[in-house]
Design a protein around this ligand. Sequence first.
Ligand code: FMN
Length: 472
Amino acid sequence: MIPSAPPVRASLTNRLSVCLSGYRAMGKERTKADRKAETHSALVGAARRLFMEHGYAATPTEEIISGADASRGALYHHFRDKEELFRVVYEEVDREVVRKIVAAARGKEDAWDRLVVGCRTYLAASLEPAVQQVVLLDGPSVLGWETWREIEDAHCMGLMEGVLVKLADEGKLDAPIEPLLHLLFGALSEGALLVARTNDPEAALAEVEATVVRLLEGLKKEQPRQVSTRLTTCEFLSPCANRRSVRDRREETKLSGNPKTLEPEMTVSVAVVYDSGSRGHPVLGGRTRVLAEAVARGAEAVDGTVVRLVPVADREDHWVTLDEADAIVLGCPTYMGSGSAELKAFMEETLRPRFLEQRWKDKLAAGFTNSAGMSGDKLLSLKQLAGFAAQHGMIWVTLGQLPGWQTSLGSAEDENRLASFLGLMAQSNADQGPDLVPPHSDRATAERFGRRIGEAAHRWARGRTSATVASS
Ligand SMILES: Cc1cc2nc3c(=O)[nH]c(=O)nc-3n(C[C@H](O)[C@H](O)[C@H](O)COP(=O)(O)O)c2cc1C
């Protein structure tokens, strides 16, 4: 093994100034950005090939560098170390498996069929060399259990959880969800490992598949219809269906009276990243959180929508959630005429790798803010959030509500009482806490806004699916 040099990392400030100067000298810097992206993908491509062929431990950093025709400096500019590069490769390969599962189960109306086809597709993926070496053999040990589980929770395990909850909702499952999820995922992982390590993978796969199907049959509460074992290409869940925890899903079950406005088999995820109470009176803080929760409730009311609330202070644990989300909603209090510093810090941290890779491009985005003044310069905060979304190439969803409280018959009870358009504005009296403010009208506006975002995410995901099908 060739020892690797200590990481040479450009400071965030330097990288940021490179990016910003790029906006001033568009043509020139665009080329620079292109070259950066090319180097990044060459490094990932070379690493993927080498990790797959030789395994993580037997791949020296030098070989990755020469395989990508890059410099050592470039490697450490893009990645903290070899392990971070491995994580990128791992997520890429694992996401491909998720896409295959989603494609295989697409359009299957029966949740049992989706579960069976999902499990079979997962197992079949274990025949692929990249899945065998990177995901099954090296993944857990190189990434460590916590990280590995975090990724799987967002990928395959999350998909499985979604379909199990659906079966439980329909009264078709004869086992509690949580232990079943872990046991089934364990069985599939071990089954896939068995296939990956045997001398006759095809034969092992057939045996493991048949055994898994029999196991699943035993879990049915009723047998209203035969489980189909025919594999077809159809729609299942978006990969983003996965961020619901078991607890979240149980909560969701309680909301089963919600109107079903959209196709039930399409699941999308909405992440609400928010700051609240990072400054000001600690006892009164949390008023913006109330709005975040109302937006989440609204989005959740759209059938097939998984919502994750992400307090911005916890962002380190949620990057995968955000990367996988179909829509990201940003919210913060307005402090000194702009979005709060905590949310701004989050925005700046998305520079690398998300902005540079345009990883969030074409996701939906929306924003809300809250402050003490009726105006209080809230529009400046919304512009800041919309500008941030634009930098990421995201699609901005406006509030989409007529203005309230602007005639002699209007009042502060009106929804959209602050007559906002770009996003949601709410107002909270400075001397009251989240039990009282923002008032009901603002909360209702937020809930309606969340619903609009959820519906937009479904439309967008459906359109994306049709576009993919049309181009394939
Ligand atoms: C440092 C600071 C700056 C503020 N600046 C503004 C402002 O520019 N405009 C405004 O209307 N309210 C301003 N406020 C009031 C907050 O926006 C308001 O209290 C809000 O409800 C706080 O939400 P939170 O409870 O989620 O922290 C400011 C408050 C603080 C502590």
